[in-house]
Design a protein around this ligand. Structure first.
Ligand SMILES: [Fe+2]
Length: 382
């Protein structure tokens, strides 16, 4: 069982000057914000499965946190097809000025507190924008292990590895800080972060996205998602690959363009109060400089073959696979692994309440795993 209880709220996150600078940075980000494209893994193991098949299949089956089933896969895909851009990736600074956020002492202190690991190395900062009618399916993030990252191992398998608990000795604990920015009084309706701090089948907590606050937690272990932004009945926008959202300073509105060219037409406009703007921060948390060196030097790496062998042994020990039977075909094995190890939170019977945001009650029956036709659906953020 994964220990998932610690969450740290930072309110405020930055001083006023810092928060104002972040707002400007978000608005002024020249390339604009495109649709989140899931990276392809180079592995040959079950390549036909979407990278986050686990979370997307659970979302389609369960209808999300509130069990809203009945919408066609295309609508569900639009609901979860959000915008994301990196501001910093390792030493690469994409949005100048982000350094102040990336190395913010309060985030780093919270990360130290989260795992009790003193060596914290900020790794990435990126913006997520959810438009009206969009939400983020409940999921855990993609973890990392020495030698096993998303370049060589499918993302769903990395998630399974962590939930199995079999590879803890290779895991790189990552702290995630999710911060929010919006001009004063222009907060969107909805868009709460819903998370399950105690256990997947425990009660969810919700955290409202308000300006210059952050929540720091282990999102690789804690199931979490984002409730629908805007009125519950609002249709998601018709976003297409290549669309870009930019802030039009003249009208002070977010403007959706068909492509990245500066002169392209405006398809739709949004005010700050329509959207949910978060900036996520991730940092590696090392127990010591020695551990960091081992990670960098690749002296104790896992391989895909080792990972699969270990999981199959465990499936046999659990009685999920019969001893002596041949290993199932890759796709069947993949679905079996997801079903065995990923215990998604069941949908809630309660509908969201703006007046009583703190804790929702669980819970009704859980959708089982199994093969789901996702029809090009590849959602649920990393
Ligand atoms: Fe996430």
């Amino acid at each position: 069982m994964i220990d998932t209880a610690t969450t740290i709220i930072l309110d405020p996150l930055m001083d006023e000057d810092g928060a104002r600078a972040m707002l400007r940075l978000c608005e002024d980000f020249a390339p604009g914000y495109g649709l989140y494209a899931v990276e392809e893994s180079e592995t040959a193991f079950a390549p036909e499965l979407a990278q986050r098949y686990d979370a997307a299949a659970n979302y389609v089956r369960s209808g999300g946190r509130f069990g809203r089933t009945g919408e066609p896969p295309r609508t569900l895909a639009l609901r979860t097809n959000y915008l994301r851009e990196s501001y910093a990736y390792g030493d690469e600074i994409v949005a100048p000025g982000i350094e102040r956020f990336l190395h913010h002492e309060r985030l780093i202190d919270a990360a130290r507190q989260l795992y009790g690991r003193p060596v914290v190395e900020p790794a990435i900062a990126y913006a997520n924008i959810l438009l009206p009618g969009q939400e983020l399916a409940v999921h855990t993030d993609v973890p990392e292990f020495r030698g096993a990252n998303r370049k060589v191992v499918p993302q769903w398998l990395l998630v399974v590895m962590h939930h199995s608990g079999l590879f803890d000795a290779w895991r790189m604990p990552i702290a995630t800080g999710i911060s929010y920015f919006a001009p004063e009084g222009e907060q969107a309706e909805g868009g709460q972060l819903a998370f399950y701090p105690d256990a997947p089948d425990g009660p969810p907590s919700t955290f409202f996205a308000t300006h210059n606050t952050a929540i720091v937690l282990d999102t690789d272990s804690v199931f979490h998602g984002v409730d629908r932004v805007g009125p519950v009945t609002v249709e998601p926008p018709e976003l297409s690959p290549g669309n870009v959202l930019r802030f039009g300073a003249e009208r002070r509105r977010w403007q959706l363009h068909p492509d990245e060219s500066a002169s392209s037409e405006v398809l739709e406009e949004f005010e700050w109060r329509d959207i949910r703007f978060s900036v996520s921060w991730k940092a590696y948390c090392f127990a010591s400089d020695t551990e960091r060196s081992t990670w960098r030097a690749h002296t104790d790496d896992l391989s895909l073959a080792t990972i699969l062998d270990r999981l199959v042994v465990d499936l046999v020990e659990r009685g999920v696979l019969a001893r002596g039977d041949a290993r199932p075909p890759d796709r069947d094995l993949a679905l079996l692994l997801i079903e065995t190890y990923e215990n998604f939170p069941p949908p809630s019977v309660e509908q969201p309440s703006v007046e009583q945001p703190s804790v929702d009650q669980p819970s009704v029956g859980q959708a089982g795993a199994g093969d789901v036709d996702l029809d090009g659906f590849d959602a649920a953020g990393a």
